[in-house]
Write a protein that binds this ligand. Structure first.
Ligand code: NDP
Length: 322
């Protein structure tokens, strides 16, 4: 085993980087394994208008660059790779990146969530050829073309509005007759003349040979099928937590979100803390992720302090978390 880090943070969205800022300023010399998708979901976002402190809004990637710089300023160390294996059964906790092993006295899990897919055959086949889950990343490729956005939440609204800046037309396909999105976002979509909404419709498949040419939908009331001509389909139907690594080790709910003790970031393994979207089924905002990142660093600091003062370890899956 190599050097033992006092605090090892897995993931680098607003939660992980806020945890790093607090842990670094507390003198805990954190190591962040930031993942190949460093920065998390905000790297795929355009304007962030609801993060306090940015009255004119800020681009998601720029905001994450600022978070990272702030963490670096206090000495946070980074590894740009994905964690491939963990062992939390014994102390210090161990985490692998391929064959490289890293140890931590305390671990903060902030691996976030990833976009969900519809699970259609054509979806996988046409990935990168007109099927995408990121309008910010790929919208430009469909300049002056008609496109489809699937979903009825805030993400779908945001994607649709963004795409109107460059695409000829945007059709939002939603499986019900009402949006789940916040009313301000829904109103913006409904008021936008470039956007058409196809209510009560589900996507049957993606049409096209080399590139997407249309999206086949079925009306859920009548069963009638039709094809919406489109050069791209942006899937915006929510996210799933990135918790496969922790199955059987950390307690999680039926959807795979990590369970934390109410009002804290403690998991069922004492010394392992979870923050951000990986444990948040309700709020899922950058600012709440950052807030829980701060909580995780403080919880870790206090846990380390108590342990140093002779408190029992309680390490191991299923052990009491306090
Ligand atoms: P949500 O879970 O809120 O919405 C997912 C949408 O996709 C729902 O309308 C759902 O339909 C639909 N859906 C889910 N599965 C399928 C499927 N298999 N086929 C067809 N449709 C499907 O996820 P979001 O990613 O939109 O938002 C997540 C959170 O992030 C929310 O809290 C949101 O407010 C927040 N957010 C905030 C933003 C902002 O403030 N700027 C921007 C983006 C997200 P149904 O409604 O029928 O369940």
């Amino acid at each position: 085993m190599g050097d033992v880090n006092e605090v090892l943070i897995i993931g680098s969205g607003p939660a992980g980087l806020t945890a790093a800022i607090y842990a670094a300023r507390a003198g805990l010399d954190p190591l962040v394994i930031e993942g190949y998708g460093a920065g998390g979901q905000l790297m795929n976002t355009t304007d962030v208008e609801n993060y306090p402190g940015f009255p004119d809004g800020v681009e998601g990637p720029e905001m994450m660059q600022l978070f990272r710089r702030q963490a670096e300023r206090f000495g946070t160390r980074f590894i740009t790779a994905d964690v491939t294996r963990i062992d939390f059964a014994e102390h210090p906790f161990r985490v692998w990146v391929g064959d490289d092993e890293h140890a931590g006295d305390a671990v903060i899990v902030s691996t976030g969530a990833s976009a969900k897919w519809l699970g259609l055959p054509g979806e996988q086949r046409m990935m990168g050829r007109g099927v995408s889950a990121c309008a910010t990343c790929d919208g430009f490729f469909f300049k002056d073309k008609p496109v489809v956005v699937v979903g009825g939440g805030d993400t779908a609204m945001e994607e649709a509005l963004f795409l109107t800046r460059m695409c000829e037309s945007v059709t939002v396909v939603h499986r019900r007759d009402g949006f789940r999105a916040s009313s301000i976002m829904a109103q913006r979509v409904l008021a936008n003349p470039t956007i058409t909404v196809r209510w009560n419709a589900v996507v049957e498949d993606v049409e096209g040979d080399q590139v997407v040419t249309g999206v086949k939908v079925r009306d859920v009331d009548t069963g009638a099928e039709s094809v919406i001509p489109a050069a791209a389909m942006f899937v915006a139907i929510g996210h799933q937590p990135n918790t496969a690594l922790f199955e059987g080790v950390l307690d999680m709910d039926a959807e795979g979100y990590l369970s934390t003790r109410s009002g804290t970031t403690r998991t069922n393994v004492a010394g392992v803390f979870a923050c951000g979207d990986v444990q948040d089924t309700v709020y899922r905002q950058a600012v709440t992720a950052a807030g829980t990142g701060c909580m995780a660093a403080i919880d870790a600091e206090r846990w380390l302090e108590a342990r140093g003062a002779g408190a029992p370890d309680h390490v191991g899956a299923g052990a009491p978390a306090d």
